[in-house]
Design a protein around this ligand. Structure first.
Ligand code: THU
Length: 126
């Protein structure tokens, strides 16, 4: 059984580590792996804006670094009303590893649940 609350809390816990001086928008993500481990990530911005790396991507990279690429679920937590689903680039990044991932998205007074299948239909992969 997947404990979504645990995943949500894991992302919430690292939210303040977000490096987002340009947008002021903090985003954190946590992935649960098949082995039962949780890896987190936050958005990391850059003065050369295009180099910004999203929380979802960084959580996946963190997991890959630890040798785990089989994901059961992802939670995303943000302090912004403006962020309500993963960006296009993150959808592609998630799809690389999971063709059927459930994503739980939390914002201030906002909650939604998606599957990567609906967020990224006809997704590209090799
Ligand atoms: N951001 C994420 O980390 N994840 C998303 O799903 C959408 C956007 C970040 C990128 C940037 O640092 C800030 O939120 C505003 O776009």
């Amino acid at each position: 059984m997947i404990d979504i609350n645990l995943l949500k809390e894991a992302s919430k816990k690292v939210l303040n580590n977000s490096y987002s001086p340009y947008s002021g928008i903090k985003v954190a993500a946590a992935v649960l792996t098949k082995n039962g481990n949780i890896y987190t990530g936050v958005n990391v911005e850059n003065s050369s804006y295009a180099l910004t790396s999203c929380a979802e991507k960084n959580a996946i990279i963190n997991s890959i670094i630890h040798g785990e690429k089989d994901f059961l679920a992802m939670a995303v937590y943000t302090d912004s009303h403006l962020v309500k689903s993963p960006c296009g680039s993150c959808r592609q990044f998630i799809f690389e590893f999971s063709k059927d991932l459930q994503i739980y998205f939390y914002g201030p007074d906002y909650y939604n649940e998606f599957n990567i299948k609906e967020l990224f239909p006809e997704g590209f992969s090799l």
